[in-house]
Design a protein. Structure first.
Length: 431
């Protein structure tokens, strides 16, 4: 065999293996499983607005068993809204979705004519869409109240296809109630346990109007328990416990302009109860527009899915650790504290049931200060953390902000320094 034949055969072998790799990647991996399910929801559990008032509502997609390798190529969601009390007032913002091709996004004229919104998005190119690893804020929708009443904003249809042309068929949809306050002229119009404020009926603190028709204030605010219109999404697997968890991180007093800063990876560790050993996991939390008061930080909310092997019961406790924060031990379903960082507990008293468990930890602070300076956290606030902030004061570099921008205002400044100094009173992770 001469030299030219050897070169020719070598070239054919290279072409063969390249073609084989292309075939396997293009066709055989098309059946590769992706995220097991997706939940479509809204960031708020319910919406209250007045006649003429405009409110922004954010549509969210959250994936179970997603990954950084799986990407979304196509997505379609159909929403129904009560057009008798609401109207869409602006074009829908989908810039935070990561899907740059708007195939169909209904504007005010089309939406208001039928009370339905179609949002159909695609990636700019195959494989260039967002990953399923983190939740996606798909759309920001602005509604205005037309007349007093209440109705449901519902997700009636949804479709998701990933970058291997596999459709995610297990879809959960979480609807919300919208309330538009009725006009009034005097307190007498609003009935018992309510009063008229700026032409709108308002319930006294601790009372709720749970009438079927919100236009009816004849009975006033007759209930002392919150109206049960909100139904959380079903758990992802039969028999499993799911945590619907609210958290409050120290110092985050304003909404960040960078959408990437609205998602935070939080470490969750469950112990006590009937567990033979601690159960550790990590989940994405989203910044909401809710807070306990005007002087309180904004609340973050996330879903934590626990394995089906977890036994429902009492005496559990939870350890929560943010990416730049001191770990906090929490022992009750709805803890409170008198000053930031003062909450302490020892015995677990959290009760977990099968299905969704709503835990509100938003009345205790998660103190900032344990920075991932060297690629990870060391469980203590010390000179390594304080010196990093001091040496980077005034910086706006993305890599520095990812480590030390504690209040998410886009710069390293004395506010971040003050937050770390305040955390020195606690100093170390709670176990």
């Amino acid at each position: 065999m001469n030299k030219f034949k050897i070169i020719f055969l070598f070239f054919l072998a290279i072409v063969f293996f390249i073609s084989l790799f292309y075939y396997i990647n293009l066709y055989l991996t098309r059946t590769r499983a992706g995220a097991s399910s997706v939940t479509f929801s809204f960031l708020s559990e319910k919406i209250n607005l007045n006649i003429g008032q405009i409110r922004e509502i954010q549509l969210l997609a959250q994936f179970q068993n997603g990954s950084a390798l799986e990407k979304i190529d196509y997505l379609k969601v159909v929403l129904n809204f009560p057009q008798d009390i609401l109207e869409l007032v602006d074009y829908i913002d989908t810039s935070s979705s990561g899907l740059g091709r708007q195939m169909r996004v209904d504007g005010p004229q089309a939406a208001n004519s039928g009370g339905q919104i179609v949002i159909e998005l695609g990636a700019q190119a195959p494989g260039s869409g967002p990953t399923t690893e983190n939740p996606l804020i798909l759309a920001k929708i602005k509604f205005k109240g037309k007349v007093g009443g209440k109705g449901q904003l519902s997700i009636v249809n949804a479709q998701v296809v990933n970058n291997t042309s596999v459709e995610i068929t297990q879809i959960y949809k979480k609807n919300i109630m919208i309330y538009v306050s009725q006009l009034c002229e005097s307190d007498e119009y609003c009935g018992p346990n309510a009063f008229c404020q700026n032409s709108f009926c308002v319930c006294n603190p601790g009372y709720y109007n749970c009438d079927t028709d919100d236009n009816n204030w004849q009975n006033g605010c007759e209930s002392t328990t919150e109206c049960s219109d909100f139904s959380p999404p079903p758990p992802f697997s039969s028999g499993a416990a799911t945590l619907n968890l609210k958290l409050k991180f120290q110092g985050i007093m304003q909404q960040p302009t960078n959408n990437n800063q609205r998602v935070m990876r939080v470490k969750i560790k469950l112990d006590g109860g009937l567990l033979p050993e601690p159960l550790a996991t990590e989940s994405a939390f989203l910044l909401t527009q809710n807070r306990n008061s005007d002087t309180d930080p904004y609340i973050w909310q996330g879903i934590v899915n626990l394995p089906s092997s977890l036994i429902a019961g009492n005496n559990y406790y939870i350890l929560v650790k943010g990416p730049k924060h001191i770990q906090k031990r929490i022992c009750t379903n709805s803890p409170t504290e008198t000053s930031p960082g003062s909450y302490r507990c020892f015995s677990g008293n959290i009760t977990l049931l099968e299905g969704v468990n709503n835990l509100d930890f938003s009345k205790v602070y998660l103190l900032a200060g344990d920075l991932p300076v060297s690629g990870g956290q060391d469980g203590v606030v010390n000179s390594l953390d304080t010196s990093y902030i001091r040496n980077n004061l005034g910086k706006t570099d993305p890599e520095v902000l990812a480590i030390a921008d504690l209040n998410l205002d886009g710069k390293i400044d004395t506010q971040d320094w003050s937050l770390v100094i305040a955390a020195l009173s606690v100093r170390a992770d709670e176990e």
